[in-house]
Write a protein that binds this ligand. Structure first.
Ligand code: G3H
Ligand code: 13P
Ligand code: ZN
Length: 305
């Protein structure tokens, strides 16, 4: 069933598990996300960025909405990194049930102002909202506290932000970063900060940049002719710990991009004569399902729907 973000994330925070929020850009990705969640009795969120909306538009949103309505587990369609009030309202008009307003690169007051406008409009239509405070980016464990504080989310500021905006869930900067290159080795995740923020704030917390960039997939990508540098992702154990401390929404895009491309490459490398799209994208969809299943098990959402 198609539900709001709150319907999925409030129980997750209360139950100390996290829900995967996976980016989609086409039908196969959407099927892999929703069908895997259904098979594992897991709630799930499907998110489209502004780039995905530009690429797939209402056609893609309708695919997500239709699959969500036919699913027997809760599914939300979420706007990822909405950059403005108009973008968030446009997504709601398209049928999204959850929107992010990301004004985190603006000064605090402006972030509050933009977020509050979206919250007021979205709540009037029964839609829940994600906002972000802090700046995402990899951080080394040994970095001095002052430097960390310059961009990781400040717990006291987070409390003020939520009070002043009424946002339903909050994305916090805790050491994760977007993309396949999250640092050398295991990226440092500031668990003490997550714990402190969750002690002060009862709402669901969100971790962006949470792909695991599995070594096995990276190796297969390379073996199939792909080129990728020193890729590194967030360790499963870090996500499990984060879920215990209040992270209820975990954003994943890079892992599905890597899995999809690896699946396509492997088929074409093995059989250069193949040109049936179903034989090319089918195995890619299967590989994405495996990656999604692993993530849902790590996050603890399996069997919660
Ligand atoms: O956080 C960004 C997501 O990975 C979406 O990326 O804007 O290229 O669709 P995109
Ligand atoms: P990854 O690049 O780690 O998959 O993060 C995606 C994300 O945060 C989307 O908002
Ligand atoms: Zn993100």
């Amino acid at each position: 069933m198609l539900v709001t973000g709150n319907d999925i994330l409030i129980p997750a925070r209360a139950g100390k598990y996290a829900v995967g929020s996976f980016n989609t850009n086409n039908m196969e990705i959407t099927q892999a996300i929703i069908h895997t969640a259904e098979r594992l009795r897991s709630p799930v969120m499907v998110q489209m960025s502004e780039g995905a909306i530009k690429y797939g538009g209402q056609d893609l949103a309708d695919i997500v909405i239709d699959l969500a309505q036919r699913a027997t587990v809760p599914v939300a369609l979420h706007l990822d990194h909405g950059s403005s009030y108009d973008s968030a309202l446009g997504a709601i008009k398209m049928g999204f049930t959850s929107v992010m307003i990301d004004a985190s690169h603006h000064p605090f007051e402006e972030n509050v102002h933009e977020t509050r406008r979206v919250v007021e409009a979205a709540h009037a239509m029964g839609i829940s909202v994600e906002a972000e405070l802090g700046r995402l980016g990899g951080i080394e464990e040994h970095v001095v506290v002052d430097e960390k504080d310059a961009f990781l989310t400040d717990p006291e500021e987070a409390v003020q932000f939520v009070e002043q905006t009424g946002t339903d869930y909050l994305a916090i900067a805790i050491g994760t970063s977007h993309g396949a290159y999250k640092g050398k080795g295991r990226p440092f995740i500031d668990h003490a900060r997550i714990k402190r923020i969750s002690e002060l704030l009862p709402i669901p917390l969100v971790a962006h940049g949470s792909s695991g960039v599995p070594a096995e997939i990276v190796q297969r990508f390379r073996a199939a002719g792909g080129e990728i540098g020193d890729a590194a992702g967030i360790a499963d154990e870090d996500l499990q710990q984060a879920a215990q401390f209040g992270i209820a929404k975990v954003n994943v895009d890079t892992d599905l991009r890597l899995a999809m491309t690896t699946g396509v490459r492997e088929v074409l490398q093995k059989n250069p004569k193949e040109f049936d799209p179903r034989k090319i994208f089918g195995p890619a969809r299967d590989l994405m399902s495996q990656v999604i299943e692993h993530k849902l098990r790590v996050l603890g959402s399996v069997g919660k729907a």
